[in-house]
Design a protein around this ligand. Structure first.
Ligand code: XMP
Length: 514
């Protein structure tokens, strides 16, 4: 039996973080919309109710039928989850005098309450709510307060309910991880058996059962997700997996050959297709970012489809879809933050069934699985790279010459990130979520090289830190590093005479420029 914690999502920005924290304690969890509590699942060991942008007394506030889980499993309410339980069981929730946001310090009343095992006095917590519980229902009692909030945490031991009005999942709640672990491990009894090794073992077994002797097709992009997906399938069904890797001509410098070699080293059955001519000719004259994306998406499907049809008896299409892709599409507040970028556009008449073995994993877990499968570190640690490739990093029209210029500049930058090892022994490349170079081809500026006047394009370097690409901050790269990269690019790359560093976060900017 694979134990699991259910997290009911009431729409908070940090619900995913709760899930990540629980996985970090080697426990499987599922994030589900607040109204989709699973019926007849014998593997559940506990339930967490997330925060929400709503107030419990809003007309449209999300409500839930507590009888599905209260009394059956231990329950932890977080923020709105805490307020909702208090409100629905007859307590009082009211607007706080002033919005409670930011740091606070927790005073626990019950030193032996299992939720606070290992807690230090005055533990720092992070508050973010406009309402507050002013009165608890019968059978419930406060177990901790902060300066401003009396019922900062409460419990109902008989019903096995615990709740906190702050956010233990965020880093600013210094013992938040400890609190979640106390709940998941001590209260719910997690055996902490969810690991990369156990995932590989169970998934390989399941894939063999699911796929039998069928043949599977998979589109490789050179990125981590599709590569790990392919390696996992290869472990399960060997040569009955055929991978197709399309070169659209806008990959990084020498990337197609390097990645093909890495794939062959792993033992994957890969067909490499050089379709760059088609992409470049179809992109001629296209300058609008969305138009460029559409052309590339359409061409990609055409090329992939033509190759896939040659594999006559294929029954499945495998994809490296990962958990955050799917959680975003469940986003209950209805706001699309990022559209899903996977290919998956093969014509329906091919009747391929979909196989997505990584669909439960977060990005860092995909990397751990890759390592567990013995994949090369350089492949496992690769930064995300957009499907349309350098086309969305060349502003305006894309030409083979511009791609060459950008590839050269980008190669210098990325290699320098690999080679710059910080004091803690970690390369800068591994400290950032993603890095890349953008060619500002509609812009030209004057420079001087030797005695010559130049009139050429600038490039912008981009590096961001992030958890999941939904939000990102620009990385504070060391000045000496930036100075050297700028110097190398301007001296070595013909066509570039200026280097800028992009200091915009997401939001309001995005990671890619187009
Ligand atoms: P933005 O620019 O939206 O990017 O902040 C968020 C993340 O998604 C990647 N990205 C893409 N990935 N196909 C992909 O497979 C695409 O069309 C695409 N566009 C953006 C981007 O590199 C970043 O990691």
């Amino acid at each position: 039996m694979q134990q699991k914690i259910i997290i009911l999502d009431f729409g908070s920005q940090t619900t995913q973080l709760i899930g990540r924290r629980i996985r970090e304690m080697d426990t499987f969890c599922e994030i589900l919309p607040y109204n989709k509590f699973p019926k007849d699942d014998n593997n559940i060991i506990g339930v967490i109710l997330s925060g929400s942008p709503y107030s419990v007394y809003d007309k449209d506030a999300f409500r839930v039928d507590f009888s599905q889980f209260i009394g059956k499993y231990p329950v932890l309410g977080i923020c709105y989850g805490a307020q909702l339980m208090a409100y629905c069981y007859g307590g009082k929730v009211e607007p706080a005098g002033s919005r409670e946001y930011g740091r606070a310090h927790l005073k626990q009343f019950e030193a032996d309450n299992p939720l606070f095992k290992g807690f230090e006095p005055d533990s720092q917590v992070w508050m973010s709510h406009g309402d507050t519980i002013t009165q608890l229902p019968e059978g419930f009692h406060a177990i901790a307060s902060t300066e401003q909030v009396y019922n900062a945490a409460y419990a109902n031991p008989e019903q096995r309910i615990w709740a906190v009005q702050y956010h233990p999942e965020v880093h600013h709640s210094l013992q938040g991880f400890q609190l979640l672990k106390n709940f998941v491990v001590d209260i719910c009894g997690s055996r902490q058996e969810w690991s990369a090794a156990s995932f590989v073992e169970t998934t390989v077994k399941e894939l063999r059962e699911q796929l039998g002797n069928d043949r599977v097709i998979l589109g490789l992009s050179g990125g981590v997700d599709s590569s790990v997906c392919a390696t996992l399938l290869n472990r399960a069904i060997g040569d009955r997996l055929t991978c197709i890797f399309v070169d659209h001509g806008m990959l990084r410098k020498n990337e197609f050959n390097k990645v093909m070699e890495a794939y062959k080293g792993i033992g994957l059955n890969v067909i490499g297709v050089d379709a760059s001519q088609k992409f470049f000719s179809d992109l001629e004259g296209a300058t609008d970012p969305e138009a460029k994306r559409k052309i590339i998406g359409r061409d990609f499907i055409e090329v992939f489809d033509a190759e896939a049809r040659k594999i006559k008896d294929a029954k499945w299409l495998a994809q490296g879809t990962i958990y955050p892709d799917r959680i975003e599409s469940l986003n209950i507040t209805g706001k699309v933050i990022k559209s899903h970028h996977n290919v998956g556009g093969l014509p329906e008449e091919m009747h391929l069934k979909l196989c997505e073995p990584l669909k439960w994993l977060f990005k860092d877990e995909v990397r751990r699985v890759g390592r567990q499968l013995g994949m090369p570190e350089r492949l496992v640690n690769r930064h995300p790279f957009p499907g349309p490739g350098l086309a969305v990093r060349i502003l305006g029209e894309v030409t083979p010459e511009k791609v060459r210029v950008l590839q050269d500049a980008d190669d210098i930058y990325i290699e320098a990130l690999h080679n710059y090892v910080c004091e803690d022994g970690i390369a800068l490349y591994d400290k950032v979520w993603q890095a890349g170079t953008v060619l500002l081809s509609p812009v030209k500026s004057v420079g001087v090289m030797g005695d010559e006047r130049t009139y050429e394009n600038p490039v912008a370097l981009r590096a961001v830190t992030s958890m999941d690409a939904m939000t990102a901050d620009w990385a504070h790269l060391p000045y000496d590093f930036l100075a050297k990269v700028s110097n190398d690019i301007i001296n070595k790359v013909k066509g570039v005479n200026r280097v800028c560093y992009d200091i915009s976060s997401k939001p309001p900017s995005t990671i890619e420029w187009e």
